[in-house]
Ligand binder design. Structure first.
Ligand code: UDX
Length: 445
């Protein structure tokens, strides 16, 4: 099939590249000339394992192209996929201006019948709005459909090529059949729904996963108080098929481009219908507070943080990505600087992106994990990069001035720490305090 994909962000680029790998003729469109130039040279603007190789392969085989010319791309294609961003407005609502611009331009460009698919995460009813805008600018017939994308950063190619399910929200039998045919090489689990339900499935799925994370983080906080171990608790819960073991990793909360934005947007969508989504509001609040767990633990160990040197490992919101959008590192580092601490930070690949977005200049960015940790009074791990997992706690102990390790992602085991003198505070597990003061679990009798 001939496809045009509008927007070369995570969703658009990865979907476009993967569809070309399945043998379709794909042209990806973006307004940003330098991004399109990079892609034409085979360079991926995002770090995503396996993506650049697929760009090279499919470009060379003539199935994948990149352009800034939306009209031409639309005219040559049978299916147009809208994958532009829907960032948050200050009130949490999704900003639909990129979607509306794309719809207008598509309308102005139509030359015959097309199926227009939205992959961007959009509030319920947006596809109908897209239909109205396109109709305003075009006399040609077209069909709209909603096919939400569930890929995760860091495993985007794998997730796109092997998704758990495909949701196709469409009206006509023709659009349904065509889209089932396009997606059938990807999954056996194809669920065809109405358009509004497809739009809702994406928000509901992300909100549910965010809820799982905030839930396990609250259980972790309670575990700390009663002397239980969240790793064992989560593992015991996960064996129950009704609960499932994924998304039960306690830590310093979720970040990224989707969960924070989509939870806020769903709260807004509900609010506009006079529905107070209390549960989801609490999920967001718990997630926000969880980031400051790191600061509370540091203060328990060091007291006043002013003039203390704190090493930070990990700036991206999760490993295997250079994406720093809504990463917990922003608020944690900001809180440290506000308390007068000196911050030395290292990330395997996200430092440049972080620097661009973090406005305060006091942070010292380091080129290696060791450089950040040497002579620090404490080390905080904010992202579970495998590079960090491969550094032994003994090594960390030898680098630090004071033996304080705060592990915000539970990457080390208690056994790993046994041979060291490190004070080790993780999330939802008993503290290993070798020197300063023991925090006794509260005994509920
Ligand atoms: C998410 C959804 O998983 C994906 O389906 C959707 O399309 C986009 O949003 P992504 O943001 O790339 O994907 O990352 P994901 O792996 O889901 O992690 C999101 C955040 O949750 C990260 O900050 C991660 O650290 C955190 N997380 C995840 C936890 O804290 N605990 C967990 O058990 C799982």
């Amino acid at each position: 099939m001939r496809l045009a994909v509008i927007g070369t962000g995570y969703v658009g680029l990865v979907s476009g590249v993967c569809f070309s790998d399945l043998g379709n003729d794909v042209v990806c469109v973006d307004k940003l000339e330098n991004k399109v130039d990079m892609l034409l040279q085979g360079i991926s603007p995002i770090y995503e394992p396996g993506l650049e190789e697929l760009i090279h392969k499919n470009k060379e085989q003539g199935r994948l192209n990149f352009t800034t010319n939306l009209a031409e791309a639309v005219q040559k294609s049978e299916i147009i996929i809208i994958a532009v961003g829907t960032p948050s407005l200050p009130n949490g609502q999704a900003n639909l201006s990129f979607i509306e611009d794309a719809a207008k331009e598509i309308g102005q460009s139509l030359n015959n019948f097309k199926i227009i698919v939205t992959k961007s995460t959009v509030p319920v009813g947006t596809n109908e709005k897209i239909k109205q805008i396109i109709s305003k600018y075009s006399q040609f017939p077209f069909e709209i459909a909603s096919v939400p994308e569930f890929l995760r950063e860091g495993t985007a190619v794998q997730d796109t090529l092997h998704p758990d399910r495909i949701i196709i929200g469409a009206t006509s039998d023709y659009a349904k059949e065509k889209l089932i045919k396009l997606h059938s090489p990807l999954s056996e689990n194809i669920l065809v729904t109405d358009i509004r339900s497809a739009e809702m499935i994406k928000y509901a799925s992300n909100a549910f996963l965010a809820t799982k994370i905030s839930f396990i983080n609250e259980i972790a906080n309670i575990c700390e108080k009663v002397g239980a171990d969240i790793t064992q608790v989560a593992s015991g819960m996960g064996y129950d098929k009704r609960i499932g073991s994924s998304f039960l990793k306690a830590g310093i909360g979720y970040g990224g481009s989707c969960f924070p934005k989509d939870t806020q947007a769903l709260i807004q969508i509900a609010g506009q219908m006079d529905y107070d989504f209390k549960l989801l509001k609490s999920v967001v609040e718990v997630n926000h507070e969880q980031r400051f767990n790191i600061i509370r633990k540091l203060e328990a160990l060091l007291g006043d943080l002013s003039e203390r040197t704190i090493a930070i490992w990990g700036l991206s919101f999760k490993p295997e990505t250079d994406d720093v959008r809504d990463a917990p590192a922003f608020e944690i580092i900001n809180a440290l600087l506000q308390r007068g601490a000196k911050v030395r930070a290292y990330d395997p690949i996200a430092t440049e992106n972080f620097k661009k977005c973090f406005t305060r200049e006091e942070v010292q960015y380091c080129l290696g994990a060791q450089e950040a940790a040497v002579q620090a009074d404490a080390l905080c791990i904010l992202t579970e990069w495998s590079e960090f997992k491969n550094i032994s706690p003994e090594m960390i102990e030898s680098w630090l001035t004071e033996p304080n390790l705060i592990d915000g992602r539970n990457i080390y085991s208690q056994e790993d720490l046994a041979k060291t003198k490190l004070n080790y505070y993780s999330i939802g597990r008993p503290n290993l305090n070798k020197g300063v003061k023991e925090i006794e679990p509260v005994l509920l009798l």
